[in-house]
Design a protein around this ligand. Sequence first.
Ligand SMILES: Nc1ncnc2c1ncn2[C@@H]1O[C@H](COP(=O)(O)OP(=O)(O)OP(=O)(O)O)[C@@H](O)[C@H]1O
Length: 224
Amino acid sequence: MVLKISNLAKRYETGADPVEVLRDVSFEMAAGDTLALEGESGSGKSTLLHLVAGLDRASAGQIEVEGVDITGFTDTQSARLRRESVGLIFQQFNLIPSLNVQSNIAFHARLSGRYDPHWADELTDKIGLRDHLNKYPEALSGGQQQRVAIARALAARSKLLLADEPTGNLDETTADAVLALMLESAAQTHTAILMVTHSTRQAARMRRRLTLSRGTILAEPPSV
Ligand SMILES: Nc1ncnc2c1ncn2[C@@H]1O[C@H](COP(=O)(O)OP(=O)(O)OP(=O)(O)O)[C@@H](O)[C@H]1O
């Protein structure tokens, strides 16, 4: 399994009353699997992605990425996990301001040792960034920045891609095309995609759908 989540819980103890954000969450993803994570605002979707990325710590339960339990990882180990195994497309695109589009796209792939200029080139064309390669992030629109973040994640060919509303800033036609590219690229590289989305239209294009409600997973409908 690329991802195995068992009885995961997350509580925030910050305020007067602890907030239980995730409770008893369990599911698995195999290589190349694509899963839409749905649920109302505040149901815990982003929290779940942050835990899997090692950006936050679970209160209980276990997360295994490619068979390795990451729950007790140090910050250094988590950083290595993101470099080597997990690609991220988050709502803040986290592009590097001092690098142009071409270097931003290559950045994660280079760090992971998986940079392939032909693959990066193919992605650049398919995602429509060819004319913007020498620009810096500040000169791009929100939608263009989002496409750079997506191309950067796909270029690295990670085994697991975590995407938080990856096409949220794009118009419907572009969003459809970009999701199609993500699915096609992921199939080519056997990357599993865990994608948070508020769009039922986009969720329907993933192989599986899970809904979080107040921190727990509702029963998974049979896959089609
Ligand atoms: N640091 C924190 N301290 C306390 N509560 C927090 C913290 N971070 C998140 N929460 C709470 O956890 C809950 C889940 O938040 P999360 O961002 O995971 O939801 P979401 O499903 O991704 O929502 P949205 O669809 O609006 O992005 C919310 O009620 C939020 O207020």
